[in-house]
Design a protein around this ligand. Structure first.
Ligand code: UD1
Length: 346
């Protein structure tokens, strides 16, 4: 029997990674995870197994461990790497920039070296729309870059490192996927985002407030130049995002792209305001999520929305899940977490 295509997902136990792994297994790929479990719970592996019926081989290790990464690439005959491992808290990156450059840039370099040494030439990189400078209209990939914090700069710098590695022939092809705002959760309620610290992002904070963990959501400003005055973002369902990765892997394997590096937006092309998020979440919960308007958050922009046409054109992929589904699935996962925490410890 011909060997199935093997994909390594670094950071495969995290919020986005776990959804990517599920979609890859469902699409018929052999998948291997490397994750240092710094920001992921080990029980996510059983949850992935429950959803897919497959135990995904997993290495609890850091991508900066070159020897281990080389061993995994060789042993599993990896064809494509999806690099999701990295640190992602904006505030922490401002306080601890060296830690961020070490983990995110150092991790990327170690991975590229290991790929070069093992002759693995195809890479999908988890980048972010945070690489863009401000702009009110939907942004395409030619929108000027200008990240405003060290986290964002690590994403942009690693894109550049990857670009140079491709130019020098260290790897052959790469896609940098610039995610807009991933939200929602898998329909099963088994995997989703369950931050350990108090979240800074809107969706997890709204979900936790609806769950009674915080007394109210603070709406950071209602005097922006947006239709209702609150910030507008391009929220994308994490399952759509995960399927974008599967489409990216298929594109790299298709041979249509022999050499080169493409940067692609993954978003819906539609923006929703903070007030719209609160209203839809309240509708899904059946009660009003408490909130108050406070001052703007420093560093926030009025609107950030993707022009996702390039990804659609190149990958034949487009986000399909509605804003209502994003809120419903996010809330369903939060309720599953609540139920689980209410269970007496075994
Ligand atoms: C943030 C990060 C960005 C990261 C993205 C991931 C910052 C400055 N940027 O972007 O680097 O890629 O998350 O999803 O942190 N809001 C409130 N109350 C809250 C939280 C948020 O009103 O308690 C508002 C914000 O002002 C914004 C919107 O909700 O208008 C979305 O905020 P958030 O979820 O933090 O995402 P971003 O700011 O887009």
């Amino acid at each position: 029997m011909a060997k199935k295509t093997s994909v390594l997902a670094t950071g495969g136990a995290g919020f986005i990674g776990s959804h990517v792994v599920v979609e890859l297994v469902d699409a018929g790929y052999d998948v291997v995870i490397i994750d240092n479990f710094e920001n992921a719970a080990t029980d996510v592996l059983q949850r992935i197994a429950r959803i897919t019926g497959t135990e995904v081989p997993t290495y609890a290790a850091d991508v900066r461990d070159r020897e281990l990464v080389r061993h995994v690439l060789g042993r599993h005959g990896i064809d494509v790497v999806i690099h999701l491992a990295g640190k992602k808290a904006v505030g922490e990156s401002v306080a601890e920039p060296l830690m961020y450059y070490d983990a995110n840039i150092g991790g990327g370099i170690a991975l590229l070296e290991a790929m070069g040494a093992e002759g693995v030439g195809k890479l999908v990189f988890s980048s972010s729309a945070t690489v863009y400078g401000p702009g009110d209209a939907p942004m395409d990939e030619s929108h000027p870059v200008g990240p405003s914090n060290p986290y964002g700069r690590t994403k942009l710098m690693l894109e550049e490192v990857i670009n140079d590695a491709v130019l020098a022939g260290k790897i052959s092809v790469a896609l940098s996927l610039r995610y807009f705002n991933p939200v929602g959760a898998h329909r099963s309620g088994l995997i989703g985002e369950n931050p350990r610290a108090v979240p800074n992002n809107l969706f997890p904070f709204v979900a936790q407030t609806a769950a009674g963990w915080h007394d109210r959501v603070r709406v950071f400003g209602d005097d922006y130049g947006t239709p209702d005055g609150t910030g507008v973002r391009d929220y994308i369902h994490v399952v759509d995002l995960a399927r974008g990765h599967v489409a990216g892997v298929a594109h790299l394997l298709s041979g249509r792209m022999q050499r080169g590096h493409e940067r692609l937006n993954l978003g819906t092309g539609r923006g929703h305001s903070v007030k719209e998020v609160l209203a839809e979440f309240s509708r899904q919960c059946g009660f009003e999520v408490p909130h108050e308007i406070v001052a703007r958050r420093p560093g926030d922009v009025a609107a950030c929305v993707a022009n996702p046409q390039r990804a659609e054109h190149l990958l034949g992929w487009r986000a399909e899940r509605s804003f209502e589904e994003m809120c419903a699935d996010h809330w369903a996962f939060q309720r599953a977490v609540l139920r689980q925490e209410a269970e007496p410890a075994a």
